[in-house]
Design a protein around this ligand. Structure first.
Ligand code: V4E
Length: 240
């Protein structure tokens, strides 16, 4: 299982030129369609657990077991705090088991709830105007766990690599009008996250990202715009 260590940055008009100047190599571009799922009481995301269907594959991002304080000491702490770390699970049986485990411990007890009246909610399209509206058919398992799609968007992504640093840099343009950059490194669970933080820090300096700003991700902006109640709950829980 891998852990994604990532720092987001503001992608301004000069970023392309800077990437070129420092020798970053474009490794491709693609469109990514994401659907995110949670219970009506936000039981997963309030536990910083992010279930999504990316194209046709299920993915779960959740906090790794290791605490941040074990990774760095003294120098670089501020920079390290700008980086997120999430365990990425891509095996569907593992995702389902992890999701059930999280829901079992929730006060709302989604797993123990009576089945929903009417047809189960299945994976379908939601529009930005009407998030959560079930349409179409798809996998039955999210509905069986009382999970609904709360966010759906498409991202145009251009990816670069800085080979000597061993990092990937993504420039993301979401279809709801938000652009953000990410520097990321994947490490195996249990491996040294500290070296990933150092690689990200070096790449950030080379990109001229000298201001240690916390930059909002696509989900922050999406929820602020389209699901403000959900956003406020996550802010109060210090998840976002
Ligand atoms: C972990 C998380 C979410 C899930 C996806 O987040 P993100 O990595 O921003 O999306 P994306 O499209 O770049 O995925 P990738 O292709 O890299 O796998 S949505 C919100 N969170 C929480 C979160 C957080 N607390 N802090 C930061 C900086 N990012 C995300």
């Amino acid at each position: 299982m891998s852990v994604e260590v990532e720092r987001k940055f503001v992608c301004d008009a000069g970023m392309w030129k800077r990437l070129e100047e420092i020798g970053a190599v474009c490794i491709g571009q693609r469109e990514i369609h994401d659907q995110y799922f949670d219970t009506p009481d936000f039981e997963l995301t309030l536990r910083d657990t992010w279930l999504r269907k990316r194209e046709d594959s299920w993915e779960l991002k959740c906090p790794p077991a290791v605490g941040k304080t074990q990774e760095t000491s003294g120098e670089g702490l501020e920079e390290a705090s700008l980086c997120s770390r999430y365990k990425e699970i891509t095996s569907l049986p593992e995702i389902q088991s992890r999701v059930k485990e999280v829901l079992k411990h929730c006060a709302g007890g989604s797993l123990n709830a009576d089945p929903l009246p009417g047809p189960l909610v299945t994976v379908g399209q939601v529009s930005h105007e009407e998030p959560g509206g079930p349409e179409g058919v798809g996998d039955p398992w999210p509905g069986e766990l009382n999970l609904r799609c709360f966010a759906e968007f498409t991202t145009a992504r251009r990816s670069f690599t800085l080979q000597e640093e061993g990092v990937q840099i993504d420039l993301d343009q979401a279809d709801f009008g938000y652009t953000v950059g990410e520097i990321e490194v994947l490490v195996q669970e249990g491996e040294e996250v500290g070296s990933a933080l150092e690689k990200i820090e070096r790449a950030a300096r080379r990109l001229g990202l000298t201001r240690n700003l916390r930059v909002e991700g696509k989900m922050d902006v999406y929820l602020q715009r389209f699901c403000p109640e959900h956003y406020v709950k996550l802010q109060r829980a210090h998840v976002l």
